[in-house]
Design a protein around this ligand. Structure first.
Ligand code: MG
Length: 459
């Protein structure tokens, strides 16, 4: 059976792999699945700012309507806004049409469960099964679904954020924020939010435009030259950029320094566990600076497999106080269980206000680590055996303090860690090593690459 869903929904090039026929079928499969449990399901649909959104929205809506689901069109909204809407308005499911940070000719679909979290792997597998077996259950003519429109989503979401942070503390600071929405869906939310937080603002690319005229939508330093220059130029306190569907946010300090997502993630974890400790959740790939700040606050860390829906679900189960990924995807349970860039902006401003510190000062307090990443080839059919053998053999190694097999093989060493993760799409392993020292990180990566290469030869 074919595979449609990846780590973040279904994505592809418009009118090639991401076309109306596919999306219509997905709509029918999705509707068939929900109808098994709910007689007249209500499904909310939102889109990012891409040009192909109307085409895909109408195709998936038609499929859902055909099975008897009602569709509520909430318009152009960030992904976390749609997720919040589904949960707060009690809808049975949600669809967001987006390809996140991918180039403008891409688009995609992400599914949202009734609690606002992204679909589990099991739900995605069920939808794929119905789709490939064409076991659609269509409604009779009297019970075909209807479309209605609701434009209250953005206000509902902003209200939610304002309830979850100390608005007065932030307002009193009169922060100057340079906001770069990258012409994405965040343009419809972040400016309104900053206004309500009493901020002075300088806007860059804050008009939604599916051709992304401002810059490439992935918030990497090379795409943010305008923002990085602008922050010190206008004497702003902080700069922030959102990716295309505004679930991720990356920050620039007052000096114009790009802050990597691992640092902001650790900052969020540090302040979430500051008063009472608590559980913080992040994938095995995350830097140890996260672990250090949480352990110092007597909190507990849970490392999960890679993928924000996995992090979110473990957070719910473990009643975590914080979680997220180091790509700028921070999850605040006081708001909702998904990556949320607008909430991240409000929260980082709140931390700056409460601590009465500049962003650069807060980031300086986060422990520093050096990372070294390399790829190595390994035939797909050997990956499983290689990982099992490596884990078994290194358990006896006195340099190895702990072996974690949550996602790949992670070895905790006395001066750092190394992680071997299989790629899902290529015959390679990704080797990540981290240490306080750059040369040491490189040495660790190369040592374990060599050990793994020898293993591959033997198997
Ligand atoms: Mg995104």
């Amino acid at each position: 059976m074919g595979k449609l869903f990846g780590t973040n929904g279904i994505r592809g090039v418009v009118n090639k792999d991401m076309n109306c026929d596919l999306v219509l079928g997905i709509g029918k499969a999705w509707g068939t699945l929900i109808k098994r449990k709910i007689p007249k399901p209500k499904v909310a649909i939102g889109t990012d700012a891409r040009l192909s959104n109307d085409m895909l929205k109408n195709a998936i809506s038609a499929g859902l309507l055909a099975t008897g689901c009602d569709v509520i069109d909430v318009g152009v909204v960030p992904t976390p806004t749609l997720q919040y809407t589904v949960r707060e308005k009690g809808f049975d499911s949600g669809v967001i049409i987006t390809a996140s940070h991918n180039p403008p000719h891409f688009n995609g679909i992400k599914g949202v469960a009734a609690d606002g979290t992204e679909f589990t792997k099991e739900v995605e597998d069920e939808i794929e099964k119905i789709y490939f077996e064409k076991k659609f259950v269509l409604s009779d003519w009297k019970n075909v679904g209807k479309v209605s429109f609701w434009n209250g989503s953005i206000d509902l979401y902003i209200e939610g954020i304002l309830k979850a942070v100390d608005v007065n503390k932030i307002k009193n600071k009169k922060f100057h924020v340079v906001l770069d929405c990258g012409n994405g869906a965040g343009s419809l939310v972040a400016p309104k939010l900053l206004e309500k937080l009493g901020c002075k603002t300088t806007y860059l690319f804050c008009e939604p435009d599916g051709t992304f005229p401002g810059h490439n939508s992935e918030p990497l330093p090379e795409n943010l030259t305008v923002l990085i220059k602008k922050v010190p130029e206008v004497n702003a306190d902080i700069g922030v950029v959102q990716d295309g569907d505004a679930d991720r946010a990356i920050f620039i300090d007052e000096k114009g320094t790009y802050i990597w997502g691992d640092k902001t993630l650790a900052l969020g974890a540090k302040y979430a566990t500051k008063e009472n400790g608590g559980v913080a959740v992040t994938p095995v790939t995350t830097s140890s600076c996260f672990d250090d700040v949480v352990l110092k606050n007597k909190g507990k860390i849970i490392h999960t497999a890679v993928g924000s829906p996995i992090v979110a679900r473990v957070m719910i189960k473990e009643k975590a106080v914080f979680g997220g990924e180091e790509n700028g995807g921070l999850i605040f349970p006081e708001m909702q269980y998904c990556r949320d860039s607008a909430m991240s902006i409000a929260k980082i401003l709140e931390i700056m206000a409460k601590e009465n510190k500049k962003l650069s000062e807060l980031i300086d307090e986060i422990p520093k680590y050096e990372v070294y990443k390399i790829k190595m080839s390994c035939p797909d059919d050997k990956k499983e055996t290689v990982m099992k053998t490596l884990a078994k053999q290194t358990k006896k190694d006195k340099n190895v303090k702990q072996v974690d097999e949550t996602d790949g093989v992670k070895l905790y060493l006395k001066d750092g860690w190394v992680l071997l993760r299989p790629s899902g799409t290529e015959p390679i392993f990704r080797v990540y090593a981290e240490s306080k020292d750059k040369t040491k990180a490189e040495e660790i990566a190369l040592t374990y690459k060599k050990i793994t290469e020898d293993l591959i030869k033997k198997i």
